[in-house]
Ligand binder design. Structure first.
Ligand SMILES: Nc1ncnc2c1ncn2[C@@H]1O[C@H](COP(=O)(O)OP(=O)(O)O)[C@@H](O)[C@H]1O
Ligand SMILES: [Mg+2]
Length: 249
């Protein structure tokens, strides 16, 4: 150790202070955290999704992905949580999942976390981000959980503080992919306000529930955004999510 040490970088501080709370196997099974379950048939699908996404991110030098869906309940959080684990399973790849769906934050639930403080507390009361980060027991994966708010979430996530945080999370964590679980696209303008801050988006569509019109409206809203692909979730007949890489224009 040298005597004239530089102050630790933000990422170093985060690493040493992050709490570890491992997810119990029965919680993973009950909550469909399938990437943590040995032999689950979804594992192959998420690995494929990971490879396709990583290829695009590395090609384009992108690090931040917004996971979006037209409406609630399509499986956006299911995909975010499991994709986050899949990406973190790659050696040399660290991942941060940010629960920015403040109207219905579910990332903590998927990982079995008892969320006392979350993104909301950073936004409302300046709780340092480092105090909010949790390692859910998977190497190289860190979660910034949300906490539910009844106040209008668009007012919160459109705060300059939120956009500054997003920009900081993207740039200060080197070689880290940041996945953002965003509010539903068609329910409010929350997600849209945010889109310019992300490198790319992944659209989750629920088979049999997301209508063609909702898909069209979502794609229109994402027109200015780089799409890394679409996940057809809860696919009838297939039972597993189906991934389609975006056709680049
Ligand atoms: N592929 C799937 N197969 C079965 N159930 C799923 C699948 N994806 C999500 N679900 C379930 O559907 C519900 C909504 O998923 P969730 O990820 O919370 O939706 P969203 O975040 O889009 O609101 C949850 O109960 C979740 O466990
Ligand atoms: Mg959700």
């Amino acid at each position: 150790m040298t005597t004239n040490q530089q102050p630790p970088a933000f990422s170093t501080i985060q690493y040493t202070r992050t709490r570890t709370v491992s997810v119990a196997p029965d919680v993973m099974r009950e909550r469909r955290l399938v990437m943590g379950l040995k032999g689950d048939p979804h594992i192959g699908v998420f690995r494929l999704l990971r490879s396709n996404i990583l290829m695009q991110l590395r090609e384009k030098n992108w690090t931040s992905i917004a996971v979006v869906a037209a409406t609630p309940e399509c499986g956006k959080t299911f995909v975010t949580a499991n994709l986050g684990i899949a990406l973190a399973m790659e050696v040399n790849q660290t991942v941060l999942i940010v629960d920015a769906d403040l109207g219905n934050p579910q990332i903590g639930w998927y990982f079995g976390l008892d969320v006392q403080k979350g993104l909301l507390d950073y936004l409302q009361t300046d709780v340092p981000v480092e105090e909010l980060l949790v390692n859910p027991g998977f190497d190289r994966l860190v979660v910034l959980p949300g906490r539910h708010t009844t106040s209008k979430s668009s007012e919160l996530i459109s705060l300059p503080k939120m956009t500054a945080l997003v920009d900081e999370l993207k740039t200060r964590y080197q070689s880290r992919i940041v996945l953002f679980d965003l509010p539903p696209l068609l329910s409010s303008d929350d997600a849209l306000l945010f889109m310019p801050h992300f490198d790319a988006a992944l659209l989750v569509v629920e088979d049999g529930k997301t209508s063609p019109d909702e898909v069209r409206r979502s794609l229109a809203l994402l027109e200015q955004t780089n799409l890394v692909g679409t996940v057809l979730n809860k696919a009838r007949g297939a039972a597993l999510p189906h991934y389609q890489r975006a056709v680049s224009s």
